[in-house]
Ligand binder design. Structure first.
Ligand SMILES: [Zn+2]
Length: 337
């Protein structure tokens, strides 16, 4: 420890004792309040004004150079990075004002759906659902308020027990009173979005599909934006999520071709039931199947959008060829070949 660069601080210590401590330590006496690594150190609870610089930093980060160009998946990564910095330097040390945490969550929510645009419109999926773990159908973004409380409780636990640091996930469960209740069940499709091999932009579209929040024709008709709900790819059925990705002759043919390539039986009933059957397979094959499924869903959605704009239905073989190329490249880059 460099005594020349260190100060000694006290609170509730009488002057005589403090004088002895300063003399014995050889350090200068510092005064509270001060800043350390950009964080305001204070014996009192932080006010909203104390957090102004934090809000400015987060705003600069999410509106920084190139942020407007990010895909949905890229924005999720940036939001997680911002949250990580917040936890490491602020939320682990102080209980931040609820207003500030709500403001940060609002900024991140707006950024996720509308980028650097300042629009305030309804989101496709609620922030509450986004903040759930991936296994429970969320994107694994932390719930700021609970995370902040849990981080502080974790330190208090450690100080009073002097035992090993408890996992923060357990603390969150304790704080929220969820121990024993079991929580909500895992979501069957979560490997399609959270498997490491899946291309993030594919995973995000799958996640929206699973939540039934893609703007398919049936939703657009209900919203009064379009006059018809007919599927663009087959032209003879209502375009719902179930139809577009799992029942449409176009996507069914894509699934068959992909299954032939993977040397597995194609889905005979529902894709979800078929996926459950794949659990008995090796971990690598399950991951590859998940990557192909996510890629198919992404490219069926892109084909549908292209068809909506240009009126041209691509051939299923083109879609599967693209899926194959992307999957093989992904496997090669991950070193699993
Ligand atoms: Zn169709």
């Amino acid at each position: 420890m460099n005594k020349g660069k260190s100060n000694i601080y006290s609170n509730g210590v009488d002057e005589g004792t403090m004088h002895l401590l300063v003399k014995a330590s050889g350090m200068k006496r510092g005064t509270i309040h001060f800043r350390y690594l950009g964080v305001n150190i204070s014996p009192k609870r932080l006010s909203v004004d104390d957090c102004t610089c934090l809000l400015e930093k987060i705003t600069d980060r999410i509106k920084g150079v190139g942020a407007w160009r990010l895909s949905y998946a890229g924005r999720v990564v940036l939001i997680k990075s911002v949250y990580s910095t917040l936890h490491n330097y602020w939320a682990r040390i102080f209980i931040l004002p609820k207003t500030v945490l709500q403001q940060i969550a609002r900024m991140c929510r707006r950024f996720l759906w509308y980028g650097t645009d300042n629009r305030e419109s309804p989101a496709l999926v609620s922030w509450e659902n986004i903040c759930k773990p991936k296994r429970k159908g969320g994107l694994g973004i932390k719930h700021l308020i609970w995370w902040n409380v849990a981080a502080i409780v974790k330190y208090a636990w450690w100080v009073f027990t002097k035992g090993p640091r408890t996992k923060i996930g357990l603390i969150i469960y304790l704080v929220r009173g969820q121990v024993g209740r079991g929580g909500s069940p895992d979501i069957a499709w979560h490997p399609w979005t959270s498997t490491r091999l899946i291309i993030p932009r594919h995973g995000f579209i799958v996640w929206l599909t699973a939540h039934k929040r893609l703007l398919t024709q049936d939703r657009l008709l209900r919203m009064g934006i379009t006059q018809t709900n007919v599927c663009f790819l087959c032209g003879c059925n209502a375009e719902t999520v179930e139809h577009l990705f799992f029942q449409c002759p176009f996507s069914s043919r894509c699934l068959e071709l992909a299954a032939t390539w993977l040397k597995i039986a194609p889905p005979d009933k529902g894709v979800m039931e078929w996926w459950v059957k794949q659990r008995a397979r090796s971990l690598l094959l399950k991951q590859v199947i998940a990557v192909v499924l996510a890629s198919l869903i992404y490219h069926v959605w892109m084909s549908r959008n292209k068809c909506r704009i240009e009126g041209i239905v691509p051939h299923p073989q083109q879609v599967v060829k693209r899926c194959k190329e992307e999957t093989l490249l992904r496997i090669k880059c991950s070193g699993l070949e």
